[in-house]
Design a protein around this ligand. Structure first.
Ligand code: ADE
Length: 221
């Protein structure tokens, strides 16, 4: 998958150079290119924002630099995503769908928002990461990209994906690693038993118990 990110804050994306995403990029499963929207501004001072028509608080990102930045990377196979609090809520289902795309373009807004003509021209898929407002689209874009990347075949083992929270509508069971006894805090005996059927049963039970305690709303679904 190729992901092009359009932003006024390219330096914010250094997080994507770590750990699993770094490995995905090195193994060729994922290519991430970051573009500074400012480079596309035709203004002599590289200005990318302006006051909203009709008045109101703050500044809006202007249409021209974004229009040119999108067209610089747009192909017949591109899907354009715009992080926005008014978008479709990010979910496992949406992330899985997006992970099948060949090419994603992320438009990251900042300040009070983006000139609406960007939406009229490109009709991006607006995606929200929750009912709260962040100062820009950069953090949400990273959250969305991280979530999607884990579903790209080869990035994470299919066993990890099938066991994790939300994959079967439940939260994941508790996990332990060595030592078996830390200051008297012991790992449950069943996990040391070597009996795979019993381990499986215990994990299913724990998953259900944890979901009932922490997220009963998931069971209603
Ligand atoms: N931009 C600002 N707030 C956001 C949110 N909650 N989700 C996605 N993009 C946003």
């Amino acid at each position: 998958m190729i992901i092009d990110i359009l932003t006024l804050f390219p330096e914010a994306f250094s997080y994507l150079d770590n750990s699993i995403l770094k490995r995905a990029k090195e193994s060729g499963l994922l290519e991430i290119n970051i573009h500074d929207i400012r480079d596309f501004s035709l203004d002599k001072h590289k200005k990318c924002d302006d006051y909203p028509f009709g008045g109101g608080a703050g500044m809006l990102m202007s249409v021209q630099p974004i229009y040119d930045a999108v067209n610089n990377v747009l192909t017949d196979h591109s899907k354009i995503v715009m992080p926005s609090p008014s978008g479709e809520k990010l979910s496992v289902t949406l992330a899985q769908e997006l992970s099948k795309e060949e090419h994603l373009i992320f438009i990251c807004g900042h300040y009070e928002g983006i000139d609406h003509r960007v939406n009229e021209i490109f009709n991006p898929l607006e995606v929200s990461i929750g009912d709260y407002v962040l100062t820009g689209g950069e953090l949400p874009a990273m959250v969305i990209i991280d979530t999607i990347s884990r579903f790209i075949e080869g990035v994470i083992s299919s066993e990890s994906l099938s066991e994790e929270s939300f994959s079967n509508g439940l939260l994941e069971y508790p996990q332990y690693t060595r030592p078996a006894n830390f200051m008297g805090y012991k790992v449950p005996d069943v996990l040391l038993s070597g009996n795979h059927a019993e381990v499986d049963n215990w994990r299913k039970e724990q998953s259900l118990k944890k979901t009932m305690e922490k997220r009963p709303d998931l069971l209603k679904k």
